[in-house]
Design a protein around this ligand. Structure first.
Ligand code: NAP
Length: 542
């Protein structure tokens, strides 16, 4: 045990662990953060709520769960050995394989010895006298640290609508992000799915053939695009392994950290025939090509957006046999890309099955959950299973659910009552030495998360080299950053849906705020690098 890991007894109860750094969460960001800080020679403890590593890929084990990023761009880029030894089986790898990959990483780099599982952080209180954070777990266990890094994921605080009677339901119910490890047997059962976001869109076609009857409760239809997943051919695998540096270089250069890049032409300046041929070409390709390699102005120009949106609507209409059902599945109240585009496999065909019913809750809202099932304003439906695919209290929820108190005892919940306040998305004024390692960019998760973890690591290295005790952003710089982010976002289509998790508008009562950094990934990284290069300009260092 190093001096910084010593334990001190507390009132004769459990000893308090002392660390240089505590990382909350052992998902994609947390594992890498642990690795990097340990490399710096720090004593690090990672607390993880689950009983295994993986974060998103640990919790979301519902049938059909898989990447919407290309597998070859989702794996960590920082270990050549890891890149060479890992074979991705599918182009859009599924949850079991993704969890296996992150377990492989934890084992390969011997990360488990510093991770405590089944350890949910209840509170984190900053002590201004010692400049240290005191952490308390739900179990009552306590620890102290100089640096606190929240790698808690942007989509991890699950959201279940507060329907009356949820507890009264006598069948089984599941939230997709807390799916059991054991296989759920749907054979012959009457199943309800509430929600039609990316999660439900992956789940529905997987379970439809297995259930007795499936009823989908839809509030907002989405622009779903074909995933076109396939197995990875050995030759492709070899090619990836030979060209990973180029693949990662490309991902660092593009707007969203993937291999896709927007087309610089303006949609409506391209002749109609050529434009439609381009749409068809994009549509035939896998993944987000049809969104992120499309004309750039579909994300800023309403007319350009509508042109492509209508193309997608017609694709949906062509796949659903019943024209009334088809019209219900066609999104008309928000622009394409103002909600995240779900990637699907046989989603629309599920509605051609005799055992699948679509209920539009805009026409007949859910009134309550009953002991037997779900009651809408029109009728009561009986179910054996209710699945809540109702999403997340995104970005801020996983932090505001922790009792976090910074200088003067201010809680993060109060500070963020009108939306998150931060500088570069990484630190928040009044909470010294607290870092947020969440990739809150609209990007490929890993590529962008890596750069944030590396920024935090460099910052901590800098502080130790200079003998500095604490760092926090200047409040004025934070205000300027938030104003800037809002200004960039307001020019974009992404703010225009009635309900979208990245604007907080999916949760009743949550303030509408820009939760995702709308800057192109390279521009965001340049801002972070510039602040660091100028001696952490915008931050107060002591
Ligand atoms: P979501 O996109 O927020 O979808 C939640 C669904 O629940 C929506 O259809 C929503 O309707 C519905 N809902 C919420 N409250 C409701 C209520 N009171 N009554 C009826 N319906 C209600 O959540 P998600 O599907 O879990 O996806 C969240 C994000 O996770 C995605 O956007 C994506 O970034 C990520 N994800 C990624 C993948 C992947 O491919 N790798 C897979 C799944 C998820 P409204 O739309 O009307 O609010």
């Amino acid at each position: 045990m190093t001096s910084s890991q010593q334990s001190t007894p507390t009132n004769g109860t459990e000893p308090v662990g002392h660390y240089d750094a505590i990382v909350i969460g052992a998902g994609v960001s947390g594992l890498y953060q642990l690795y990097r800080l340990r490399e710096l020679g720090l004593s690090v403890r990672c607390y993880e709520d689950g009983d295994g590593v993986g974060g998103t890929w640990y919790w979301n084990r519902y049938p059909g769960c898989r990447f919407d990023s290309e597998s070859e761009t989702y794996g960590y880029s920082w270990s050549e050995e890891l890149l060479q030894e890992w074979d991705w089986k599918e182009h859009y790898s599924g949850q079991p394989e993704n969890e296996k990959y992150l377990n492989h990483v934890a084992d390969k780099f011997d990360l488990r010895k510093d991770i405590q599982f089944n350890a949910r952080v209840e509170s984190a209180i900053y002590d201004e006298k010692t400049n240290r954070w005191e952490i308390k777990l739900e179990s009552g266990q306590r620890a102290q640290t100089q640096f606190l890094i929240a790698a808690v994921g942007l989509l991890s605080a699950r959201y279940t609508p507060p329907f009356e009677g949820v507890e009264s339901f006598t069948g089984e119910s599941f939230h997709t992000s807390r799916w059991p490890k054991e296989k759920v047997d749907f054979t012959g059962k009457r199943v309800a799915v509430i929600g039609t976001g990316a999660t439900a869109v992956q789940l529905i076609p997987e379970i439809a053939p297995e259930v007795g009857h499936l009823t989908v409760f839809q509030r907002t239809p989405n622009y779903c695009a074909p995933c076109r997943n396939s197995e990875v051919a050995p030759e492709t695998q070899r090619q990836w392994k030979a060209t990973y540096p180029e693949i990662h270089k490309r991902c660092r250069e593009t707007t969203v950290g993937m291999r896709h890049e927007f087309d610089r032409r303006k949609a409506l300046e391209v002749p109609e025939e050529e434009r439609l041929a381009f749409y068809e070409e994009l549509w035939a390709k896998p993944g987000f090509t049809k969104w992120l390699s499309n004309f750039h102005d579909i994300m800023t120009n309403a007319k350009a957006n509508e042109d492509f949106a209508e193309f997608v609507r017609n694709k949906i209409r062509a796949r659903v046999k019943d024209p009334i059902v088809a019209e219900k599945l066609v999104p008309k109240d928000h622009p394409f890309g103002s909600k995240r585009i779900p990637l699907e496999t046989h989603y629309y065909e599920a509605y051609n099955r005799d055992n699948v019913l679509l209920v539009d809750v805009r026409e007949a809202p859910i009134e309550r959950i009953t002991p037997k099932g779900i009651k809408t304003t029109e009728r009561e439906y009986a179910f054996d299973v209710i699945i809540y695919a109702t999403g997340f209290d995104a970005v801020t929820g996983s932090l505001t659910r922790i009792d976090m108190r910074g200088e003067g005892g201010q809680t993060i919940k109060d500070k963020w009552a009108n939306g998150p306040r931060n500088y570069l998305g990484i630190q928040t004024a009044g909470f010294p030495n607290f870092f947020i390692a969440i990739n809150s960019a609209f990007c490929n998760y890993t590529v962008c998360a890596e750069s944030i973890v590396e920024w935090i690591t460099d910052c901590i290295r800098y502080m130790r080299e200079k003998g500095l005790r604490c760092i926090a952003p200047k409040p004025q710089v934070e205000d300027e950053w938030i104003a800037y982010i809002n200004k960039v976002a307001e020019g974009s289509i992404m703010t225009q849906a009635r309900s979208a998790w990245f604007m907080g508008t999916n949760i009743p009562g949550k303030p509408r705020a820009v939760l995702l950094n709308p800057l192109p990934a390279p521009a965001y990284r340049a801002k972070c690098a510039e602040a660091a290069a100028n001696g952490y300009e915008g931050f107060v260092l002591q």
